[in-house]
Design a binder for this molecule. Structure first.
Ligand SMILES: [Zn+2]
Length: 437
């Protein structure tokens, strides 16, 4: 592939911003550029400097005055729940039993899984999400459809076949042996193929017997480099039910600890109601608490204590995610707008630089993938997005009074959605422009 020079204002984080004035936490070029070749960023910086490194006659794409950022990363969502979004339920367990489980049963059919996979990746590209960490359904067919589509689009994706062997309809149950065998088969078939990463995915303790949790622990020991994803401490009834199923465990977190599932590659969705002991256990193992704001508000699950988790003496690693279809938007911008409000309700501040850090580098750190994604650093994947703060008439009106980068980011977060994503580059290719409809 020949080189391409992409010009625009560029923003990329180096670390979490300590405050609104912490300009060392990021690099921002008002006339910046990326030199892209063979799916990678080979140079980044000022346009002037990058231009000197580019071959003569290199094609240029000029996105000024828009803002170029690393592609958004979504660290928790459910690929089979695209038709579950917006289902009217009182709480998590009612929502699962009434809408979600019946819908996921349909993913035993390859044609259905393939159709939804097409829509799923279209929505990711449309919303500027270039890496997502997804739950498939219990059926291997769903993981096959997901990874085949990710491979066809050359996207860096993390996903897993869900393991679940109780407390759900028959059509959604595997067995401890079957969950183990099929997860191994998915790993062998898809992990490392293209940019695919397979995650070990026990849905949550309620839907796995102790025997299945042991099988999940065995997989984690056999494949220590793989990501692990599950749910933890989302809803009070869920916590009580879990503790009744595992009476020997000290608490919900201890259930996972007993099967060796805590660790620096494990993503725990929600973590809203953790005790201090549980937070210590998360911190000591480097486990990640995944904040899913639109889902937490939609299902009435509770207010995620983000600042408490990251600022305590033993800090807990945190990432952010949509949790489609408990979540109500595919947009990471909409997600961080709700995250901001959740902090407001707790008397905490979440400044716009922090929000954009979390959507990019922060989530890449949570996935231990900063050598590949989350920044505009040379040598990383050329997955980046172009943001337009004047994408709608109302945004354009507000943009007239924007005077700083912080203002611009906050406008994008507060009013933006997929319309603010002017382009999504996947491995150096303009992917949003390719979408039909
Ligand atoms: Zn979830």
């Amino acid at each position: 592939m020949t080189a391409t020079l992409i010009r625009g204002r560029t923003l990329s984080f180096r670390r979490v911003p300590a405050s609104l004035d912490d300009a060392d936490a990021y690099s921002y070029e008002t006339d910046g550029a990326l030199l892209v070749e063979n799916g990678l960023i080979v140079a980044s910086g000022t346009y002037e400097a990058v231009k000197t490194q580019a071959p003569d006659g290199v094609p240029e794409i000029d996105h000024r005055p828009h803002l170029i950022l690393p592609g958004f990363i979504d660290t928790h969502l459910h690929f089979p729940q695209m038709q579950v979004i917006g289902s009217y339920a009182a709480n998590l367990l009612e929502w699962l039993n009434t809408y979600t489980f019946p819908e996921e049963c349909r993913f035993v059919e390859t044609a259905h899984a393939q159709r939804i996979a097409t829509h799923f990746f279209d929505e990711m590209v449309r919303h500027g999400t270039t890496t997502a960490v997804a739950y498939c359904s219990v059926h291997k067919t769903s993981a096959d459809a997901f990874f085949a589509e990710a491979l066809a689009r050359n996207m860096r994706m993390v996903a897993g076949k869900v393991m679940m062997d109780r407390n759900a309809p028959q059509g959604l149950l595997d067995t401890p042996q079957m969950g183990y065998d099929e997860t191994r088969a998915v790993i062998e078939q898809w992990h490392g193929k293209g940019r695919n990463h397979v995650a070990i995915t026990p849905r949550f303790a309620i839907t796995s017997t102790p025997e299945q949790m042991s099988a999940a622990g065995a997989l984690v020991r056999e494949f220590p480099d793989l990501h692990v994803q599950t749910h933890l401490s989302e809803n009070r009834d869920e916590i009580d039910f879990t503790c009744s199923l595992y009476p020997d465990a000290a608490d919900y977190t201890d259930v996972y600890a007993r099967y060796g599932l805590l660790g620096p590659k494990t993503l725990f969705g929600h973590c809203i109601h953790l005790s201090e002991r549980e937070m210590d256990a998360m911190s000591e193992t480097g486990s990640i608490a995944v904040h899913c704001p639109t889902s937490n508000l939609f299902l009435g699950s509770g207010l995620f204590p983000l600042k408490k988790l990251v600022n305590r003496e033993k800090p807990v690693r945190v990432s952010v995610a949509t949790d489609i279809g408990g979540g109500s938007s595919y947009s990471m911008l909409r997600t961080m707008d709700e995250a901001y409000k959740i902090q407001q309700l707790q008397g905490e501040r979440l400044n716009p630089f922090e929000s954009f850090y979390y959507m990019t580098l922060g989530n890449a750190e949570a996935l231990s993938l900063t050598d590949k994604i989350g920044t505009l650093e040379p040598g990383t994947d050329a997955d980046f997005i172009v943001l337009n703060m004047a994408a709608t008439p109302a945004m354009a009106l507000k943009a007239e009074v924007v005077t700083s980068l912080a203002d611009e980011l906050f406008l994008l977060q507060t009013m933006g959605d997929d319309r603010a994503i002017a382009e999504t580059y996947v491995a150096g290719m303009a992917a949003k422009a390719e979408l039909t409809g």
